[in-house]
Design a binder for this molecule. Structure first.
Ligand SMILES: [Zn+2]
Length: 396
């Protein structure tokens, strides 16, 4: 089932029943809880199925799940939370796994497979729960090494072999080491690097609109300033979308990630501004692919490092409130093969932040912060200088 609308506390119906049963399966909601919400007498004959209620316990379970998965914790089940709920139910061995270019298999069983392959030294990239070409290659390699038919399909014989060998090797974090090794090998110069700049929203989707500003416009302008600076340093910069034109359909996060993967970029920088019901909420925050509480410790170490560099420069150069860095499993961060960072450059719903975001001085400082962070990312540790001090070529 694909879920188009968003379900929240107070909603009822078959979709809510489906959500409840998934939460029960994951042990986040007590079994038997599905019957709660049946009308008096329970005469619908569906055991309360049609009357299932999205009550306080479901809201809590959804928040708990979102927290575990490093998603936005809002207690609302929209398409993204629903997809994660669906992926979470798979255990390794529940189904045959094989690579299909048209429709990649996604789930927790794939994440377990990847973790086991990595533990045994078969490089399948990072643990993201998506069965892509690198995972298939590592699987074939494993099969060849252990005398199994190297068909790239994870079936009963491969499951048994994986089980037997599962705990013989407990590695460090080969995927994490591989990522930093790649970074090291790419050299300290920015010239020749490829960076994808992703101005959020666009088309019919304006993002946050407040204090006379629209997020789509603000981040588009920021993206252009950043693009200009990067091009001047010899960086090949690609934008995920064009200037906002009314009536043009926007692109979703999956499409943005696919675009970045197609360019084979070194890094993805996604630009957004935030909103909050409280006009007092303000400041900048940076997000990378990762989750602290996940049992596989999925994260992008380079993404995390770059997020912390960007965050430090932004706070030092703009004086904005420090909203810190956070690991998230948002689609763009997860689906991109290269390190990706999403920067929320202040709250449009905050009058102070909005006033700054409206000015070109702030936008220049923000763009400069990102470029400096990028230079630091590729700078050997002994050549690094204190935050806020690195000088850039002058732009006129
Ligand atoms: Zn946004």
């Amino acid at each position: 089932m694909t879920m188009q609308r968003r379900y929240r506390r107070g909603d009822t119906g078959p979709a809510v029943a489906e959500i409840r049963s998934k939460l029960v399966l994951l042990g986040l909601l007590p079994a038997g809880a599905q019957a709660v919400g049946t009308t008096a007498g329970g005469t619908d004959g569906l055991g309360g199925y049609a009357d299932a209620v999205f009550d306080g316990s479901v809201d809590l379970a959804v928040r708990h799940f979102q927290q575990q998965r490093a998603m936005t914790v809002d207690g609302i089940v929209g398409p993204e939370t629903y997809r994660h709920l669906d992926e979470a139910r798979w255990r390794l061995g529940d189904r045959m796994l094989s690579y299909s270019a048209g429709h990649m298999t996604v789930g927790d069983d794939v994440a377990t497979l990847q973790q086991r392959l990595l533990d045994m030294g078969f490089d399948c990239g990072r643990v993201d729960g998506i069965l892509g070409p690198a995972t298939e290659l590592a699987l074939r390699e494993f099969q060849r090494n252990y005398g199994l038919g190297a068909d790239g399909t994870c079936g009963p014989a491969t499951f048994r072999a994986l089980d037997r060998l599962a705990r013989t090797v407990v590695g460090g974090q080969p995927h994490a080491m591989r990522e930093s090794e790649l970074l090291h090998r790419s050299g300290p110069s920015l010239a020749g690097k490829t960076v994808v700049i992703d101005p959020g929203h666009g088309g019919a989707d304006h993002g946050v609109v407040a204090h006379g500003l629209s997020e789509a416009e603000v981040v588009w302008d920021l993206a252009r300033r950043l693009e200009g600076r990067l091009s001047a340093l010899g960086v090949q910069a690609y934008l995920t979308r064009g200037v906002d034109v009314e009536g043009i359909e926007g692109i979703n996060e999956e499409e943005r990630a696919a675009f970045a993967n197609a360019t084979d970029a070194d890094l993805v920088i996604s630009l957004h501004v935030d909103r909050n019901d409280s006009p007092r909420a303000g400041g900048v925050s940076s997000y990378y692919y990762g989750s602290g509480s996940d049992r596989y410790g999925r994260r992008s170490p380079t993404g995390e490092h770059f997020a912390s560099l960007v965050q430090r420069e932004l706070v030092a150069r703009t004086g904005m409130v420090d909203g810190r860095t956070h690991g998230k499993a948002w689609t763009l961060l997860r689906r991109t093969r290269m390190p990706a960072v999403r920067i929320e450059l202040g709250y449009l719903t905050n009058a102070d932040d909005a006033a700054r975001l409206a000015g070109s001085e702030f936008r220049d400082h923000a763009a400069e912060s990102v470029v400096v962070a990028l230079q630091r990312l590729y700078l050997p540790p002994d050549e690094d200088v204190p935050t806020g001090m690195l000088r850039l070529p002058v732009f006129t």
